[in-house]
Write a protein that binds this ligand. Structure first.
Ligand SMILES: O=C(O)CCC(=O)C(=O)O
Ligand SMILES: [Fe+2]
Length: 205
């Protein structure tokens, strides 16, 4: 599947894919938008991410149909809020996706030392778009290769957008190394046609 350039009238803003389906775009937000989004996330009452007996070091809040790690089901939740919708719409436009397809959003705050373990995003979702705010982070990617792993990294810059689709989305796992400074992320997702949940593959620290 082509990695970017959704329409012949839009310039191709994306960097060369790190792997097929993993593309990024450095200047999605301007600094004032970044500040406004961080304020809105701080006001959104995030709570520590929980998975069975584990409590993650990151804080999250989900909007739209969200995968409940306690029950293993997709639960209805508040829809994507008005303050986030314009950014979700702009991200959808840039990625060539219908605006209405972005039905799920996850807000994350990573305090120093917090990251996210190896995982593929839930199969209940299809396209994944991430926005990075506040501080840089390193996304690591790995894919089984015989007895070992193929590995790649992508530096996530504040105010940048990245997109996971196709091979990068379905064949590779990703993780975020513990951050040095507080970082915020907004991940935006479309729903997959087939929304049957399966067991999580995320490795908990
Ligand atoms: O912090 C990020 O940009 C990535 C988060 C992530 O992998 C996820 O929400 O599934
Ligand atoms: Fe993810």
């Amino acid at each position: 599947m082509p990695h970017s350039n959704p329409s012949p009238t839009l310039p191709d803003l994306f960097n060369t894919p790190v792997i097929a389906g993993l593309t990024s775009y450095a200047a999605f937000l301007d600094p004032s938008e970044e500040r406004a989004l961080i304020r809105a996330i701080d006001d959104a009452r995030l709570t520590p991410f929980r998975f069975q007996q584990w409590t993650g070091k990151r804080l999250t809040r989900s909007y739209g149909p969200s995968y409940d790690f306690q029950t293993g089901r997709l639960d209805p939740a508040d829809p994507v809020p008005d303050w986030l919708r314009p950014f979700a719409d702009r991200a959808a436009d840039i990625c060539g996706l219908p605006r209405a397809s972005i039905e799920q959003a996850l807000l994350i705050r990573y305090d120093p030392g917090a990251g996210i373990g190896w995982h593929k995003d839930r199969p209940a979702y299809e396209h994944v778009i991430g926005l990075s705010l506040g501080a840089p982070a390193t996304m690591r990617l790995r894919r089984r290769d015989g007895a070992g792993w193929q590995r790649r990294t992508l530096e996530l810059v504040p105010r940048g957008l990245y997109r996971l689709s196709g091979e990068a989305r379905h064949m590779w796992e990703h993780s975020i190394a513990g951050v040095g400074e507080r970082r915020y992320a907004v991940t935006l997702r479309s729903l997959a046609g087939d929304m049957i949940p399966t067991r999580s593959t995320e490795t908990r620290p």
